[in-house]
Design a protein. Structure first.
Lengths: 341, 303
């Protein structure tokens, strides 16, 4: 009921204040891309071992910290040429992808693999345990306070509006280079993932393992290897998301994995857990809902929602989760016994 | 862990390379239940070895031990002069067994239902392909060449089993008979030396059964295969097997040529029960048999 009211309000708002609305959609898309990257990790792992890897948010957080460390180690400053800056950014991106996938792979190797034939609850509890372990490791490593990443984007470009500067549009909608970068990094990764899963021999082995582990093994597929690769790929995507997030929200703290992790998990479930496209769609839905709720709703004209604020965002997002669970328990793209990876 | 056949059984009256698979006193216990009890079985290269027995006789358990799904409690299985499963020691994983050259189909079809027929066959080729994820990522020419060849071969396998033109259909949309054929194509794609068929004609009508029987025989000759066949349908087993082993309550109660097995009193009793066997001796119209189809008791099949 409330959601229907909200939807009507939003549609009217979009009509009434299109530029403001579009602005928040753009932020939402960038946010959504981030969430989608993390959600893919949940969904890949769930698809293949039916485990909700609650440590995944922390794998993302570790990626963020590692990216920050890499950039700090290279010692680049914004006075350097853009080529050097771009090289540092790519190095940090690849570094955090490798780092996060190593962590994710390690957790599976050390713990989950031993519990593969245990009751489902055992690896789940184990995952929650790893989530705390990783958080505490991050506190030990970098301290508990939020850290700002070393600047990579020259200050004059931080508030630079691509639409005005490049296209000369008279508009108040602002797309920053950062917003663009988020999408430009995410989309190729998503395409690469699709190609990897659908086209390559390893991807086929992963899909086969997800559908029928025993039959896959009898076809000569090393099931443990296929599962390891799912963890590695999921970790790499989380690492990339970590690198992007640390610059997008301009801070990193040990607890950041919790909220992003929960939202991404929600996105994966809303989209249909186990379904890759579903995770991406869910990610964008949650990202857009997040940004509209944080910003647009309270500035909505007429003041009907002036009481609304960012504190309601989790309620809205988990409300979406509840509604999905009630009306479409298998998620938007999920089928009851569907293809899982 | 490895042993040559000569070490295993010196002085065996057959040359080591004529036996492709040897099970030695193979036993499987589930808790207190003994599903397979000290079964010995030699399978000769190029032959079709039938395994029959009433429901619950341990046929599928035996199969699963060969395939590496269950580890034998005791005994060992030797495949092409290699001990692949050792009850006291290590057993190979299913994927390692597949790599050695054993492929199988399932009693209840287990295709990758949401993939196309072609993809199912490509997965069957998995062990014969070498490309690594990194190579695929870098689009190495060797990888794409291998991929091209694999697709070509997969289409050939589909044509071989009679699924020409159905490569792009999703497996779950194929008809029942076609799904069975696809399972065989998927198994053949790994170029197995030994093919395990678990009730390949289950659920088929008599015409389809005849076709399938002929196809298995053709495959064996054309592809140089050895076949281990579990089957309920007596006509199918007796028609194509070179040798038949009979399991009952986990034990091998008889083995020999189909005609010998059919006349074996113990076998008839196992299928019909003691009183049933006596009745069957008097009348051929006994119908409380193992299967729904007509003429399937050993005696009737014989006639």
């Amino acid at each position: 009921m409330l959601l229907v009211l909200l939807a009507i309000g939003l549609i009217y708002g979009a009509y009434d204040r299109p530029e403001l609305f579009a602005q928040y959609i753009i932020i939402g898309v960038a946010n959504g891309a981030l969430i989608a990257l993390i959600a893919l990790g949940y969904t890949l792992v769930y698809g293949i071992v039916e485990l909700i890897n609650f440590a995944h948010g922390e794998v993302f957080m570790m990626g963020a910290y590692f990216a920050l460390t890499v950039v700090a180690t290279t010692g680049v400053t914004t006075e350097k040429g853009w080529l050097i800056l771009a090289a540092a950014a790519i190095l940090a991106l690849l570094g955090s992808m490798v780092f996060s996938s190593a962590i994710n792979w390690g957790i599976d190797r050390v713990a989950y693999r031993r519990l593969r034939h245990a009751p489902r609850l055992a690896p789940l509890i184990c995952a929650i345990g790893f989530s705390f372990i990783l958080q505490q490791m991050a506190v030990y490593w970098k301290g508990g306070n939020p850290l700002s990443p070393p600047a990579l984007i020259p200050s004059e470009y931080r508030a630079y509006n691509i639409l005005q500067e490049w296209f000369g549009l008279e508009t108040r909608i602002r797309i920053r280079p950062l917003d663009l970068a988020v999408v430009l990094i995410t989309i190729p990764l998503l395409i690469l993932l699709q190609w990897f899963i659908q086209r390559t021999r390893t991807g086929k082995a992963m899909r086969a393992t997800a559908q029928d582990r025993d039959a896959a093994a009898l076809m000569g597929i090393d099931v443990n290897r296929a599962i390891s690769i799912a963890f590695i790929v999921g970790g790499a995507l989380a690492g990339a998301a970590g690198m992007i997030a640390v610059y997008y929200i301009n801070s990193a703290r040990p607890g950041m994995g919790f909220r992003y992790g929960l939202y991404a998990f929600t996105a994966a479930v809303v989209g249909g857990i186990g379904n890759l496209n579903g995770a991406v769609i869910g990610g964008f839905i949650i990202g857009i809902a997040w940004s509209l709720s944080d910003g647009f709703l309270k500035t909505y004209p007429g003041g009907h929602f002036s009481w609304w604020g960012a504190q309601w965002t989790p309620a809205l997002i988990f409300g979406l989760l509840v509604v999905t669970m009630v009306f479409r328990p298998s998620g938007i793209l999920g089928e009851t016994t569907a293809e899982k990876v | 862990m490895t042993a040559t056949m000569a070490e295993v059984k010196p002085g065996a009256h057959v040359g080591s390379d004529s036996i492709i698979l040897r099970a030695e006193k193979i036993t499987k216990q589930f808790g207190g239940l003994t599903a397979v009890n000290a079964v010995d079985l030699d399978i000769y290269r190029g032959s079709i070895q039938g395994v029959i027995g009433p429901n619950g006789a341990g046929k599928t358990t035996f199969f699963n031990m060969v395939a590496g799904i269950y580890q034998p409690t005791e005994g060992r299985i030797i495949f092409e002069d290699m001990v692949i499963h050792d009850g006291g020691g290590r057993s190979s994983r299913p994927d390692q067994v597949a790599e050695r050259g054993i492929a199988r189909t399932f009693q209840n079809i287990r295709l990758f239902a949401n993939m196309t027929a072609l993809e199912n066959v490509l997965i069957g080729m998995h062990t014969r392909m070498r490309s690594s994820p990194l190579g695929a990522l870098l689009k190495l020419p060797s990888v794409s060449r291998e991929e091209q060849q694999a697709r070509g071969q997969a289409f050939q396998w589909l044509a071989y089993v009679g699924l020409k033109g159905k490569g792009n259909e999703t497996a779950k949309n194929l008809s029942y008979g076609d799904q069975r054929r696809l399972e065989i194509a998927r198994a053949l794609a790994s170029w197995p030396h030994l093919l395990l068929l678990d009730e390949p004609t289950a659920g088929m009508n008599p015409t389809e059964k005849v076709q399938m029987t002929q196809f298995i025989d053709r495959m064996r000759h054309e592809l140089d295969l050895t076949v281990l066949l579990i089957e309920h349908d007596m006509r199918v087993v007796m028609g194509i097997s070179d040798n038949v082993a009979v399991l009952d309550h986990g034990e091998k109660i008889a083995q020999g040529l189909p005609i010998e097995v059919q006349r074996n009193q113990q076998v008839i009793e196992a299928y019909l029960g003691k009183s049933g066997a006596e009745a069957a001796a008097q009348s051929t119209s006994v119908r409380h048999d193992i299967n729904s189809g007509p003429a399937q008791t050993p005696q009737e099949a014989l006639q």
